[in-house]
Design a protein around this ligand. Structure first.
Ligand code: PLP
Length: 448
């Protein structure tokens, strides 16, 4: 056992150290070589050392260097070394972290991490929380609680009776809400299309004057951090509107919620703590390994009503928090352990520095690109930059050229009709030198 685990650790360390110099996207030859793994199911056992060797020889070169310092696609954090190390240790523990009585260490660490998170986000310590796989599942979790609460107020028990014949729930989103929100609405039976979509401004922020008049059960889904622009919906006005009708406000803060931790960005967080539920990721800006998201819900009873299970064979009774009372899963890994490790290591000032630093890097990208004459399409108030290199064809060619060049990696998007390249700076590992090196590559490719 010792030998294979040490071999694995050495290979992982060598992989991470190689990311400084290797191209960010895997080369086509490495991708083709993956076919070597595509063999029939072995009839007999294989030496575990050889299995690991195959994985490293063929798998490692065909990975995208998302753990490295110059991956700027989607919204992808790296892994803080302490979070990765905690993940390794917790995986060795192999705890099925549903119930405190059975797995006290992971359950207690998740409780502590949750308390710290509520403090960071300025939320009451009585809020409930669920450590889930990502924001998509955090939406599903929080919206299940929302569905419970708004229907309970009109005398309907949705867990017992489902949505057949239930009073209708009005769901409101912004026109630029993230697609995973609509997916989550579909999963919880509220429908992807049965939604009132509110018009937005040029940054993707909901226009509060266009909010519909609400009466009866209603859920308003807002956004803290648009995936393209990083913009925040105007929460104070939306929450005031919601309060008039008792609507539940759910916030998609997949990455933007972390602005609360950064003094120079926290102005955008105004009003958000008054909402009813929040979904965010730890695998984005907190830089813990995949997969790690978080649902937070003000009404603890509503989340428990939606998620808790009991059975004679499960020791669920007790004073302590059982993680599975709040999550869609019963069996689950204690992913809050890495969140605890990251927060314990960073502390308040380290977390603020991580958020501030990545935002500064984004601004430097925006300044460098606009100084060279390229149009930055968004107000860069967070860690997202949208840049156009000319018409759609030219911008697409530059994006493909940058990906091919390999110095860094950025993806594309179409923002309100305009083709653009997205730069998202979310990794702890990105330095000023990485930004300058990447900017040089972008400008070289764009000029060629
Ligand atoms: C604003 C927003 N919401 C939701 C998501 C989905 O998050 P996840 O992929 O962790 O489910 C993302 C991912 O980029 C996002 O940026």
């Amino acid at each position: 056992m010792r030998q294979i685990l040490e071999d694995s650790a050495q290979r992982a360390i060598a992989y991470l150290e190689s990311l400084e110099d290797r191209r960010v996207a895997p080369d086509p030859a490495s991708i083709s070589a993956l076919s070597a793994l595509d063999e029939g199911f072995p009839q007999a056992p294989t030496d575990p050392a050889l299995v690991l060797q195959l994985l490293d020889e063929f798998g490692s070169p065909a990975t995208m260097a998302m753990a490295g310092p110059r991956f700027f696609g989607f919204v992808i954090g790296g892994s803080l070394p302490v979070a990765l190390a905690a993940n390794w240790l917790a995986d060795a523990w192999d705890q099925n972290s549903g119930l405190f009585k059975v797995t006290p260490a992971t359950a207690a660490l998740e409780q502590i991490a949750l308390d710290w998170l509520l403090e960071i986000f300025g939320l009451p310590s009585t809020c409930a929380g669920a450590f889930v796989t990502g924001t998509t599942v955090a939406h599903i979790t929080a919206l299940a609680a929302a569905r419970h609460a708004v229907l309970e107020r009109v005398g309907w028990n949705v867990e017992a009776d489902g949505l057949f014949g239930a009073p209708p729930i009005t769901v409101v989103t912004g026109e630029e809400a993230h697609p995973t929100l609509f997916k989550a609405l579909g999963v919880v039976g509220l429908g992807r299309n049965r939604v009132v979509r509110v018009p937005v401004d040029a940054q993707g922020r909901m226009r509060p004057e266009a909010l519909p008049h609400l009466s009866g059960p209603a859920i308003i889904c807002t956004q803290a951090g648009n995936v393209n622009t990083g913009a925040f919906d105007p929460h104070p006005a939306i929450i005031e509107h919601a309060r008039q009708s008792g609507a539940w406000v759910h916030v998609d803060g997949a990455f933007g919620l972390w602005a609360a931790a950064a003094p120079s960005r926290a102005y955008q967080y105004v009003g958000i703590a008054q909402a009813d539920s929040w979904a965010t990721d730890a695998h984005k800006w907190l830089n813990v390994p995949y997969d790690s998201g978080l649902a937070l819900v003000r009404d603890c009873d509503a989340l428990r009503a939606a998620m808790a299970v009991t059975a004679e064979y499960l020791p669920t009774a007790g004073e302590q928090r059982n993680p599975s009372d709040y999550t869609p899963e019963l069996s689950r890994r204690g992913r809050g352990v890495e969140v605890w490790a990251a927060l314990r290591s960073l502390g308040r000032s380290g977390l603020a520095d991580l958020i501030e630093r990545t935002c500064r890097h984004a601004r430097r990208f925006a300044e460098g690109l606009s100084a060279a004459g390229y149009a930055v399409l968004n107000e860069v108030t967070l860690n997202q930059v949208l840049v156009s290199f000319g018409d759609a064809d030219k911008t697409q060619r530059v994006i493909a050229g940058i990906q091919e060049d390999g110095t860094c990696w950025c993806g594309g998007t179409v923002w309100q009709g305009q083709t653009a390249m997205r730069i998202s700076v979310s990794s702890w590992a990105t330095t000023e030198a990485d930004v300058e090196r990447s900017l040089e590559a972008m400008l070289r490719v764009a000029a060629s």
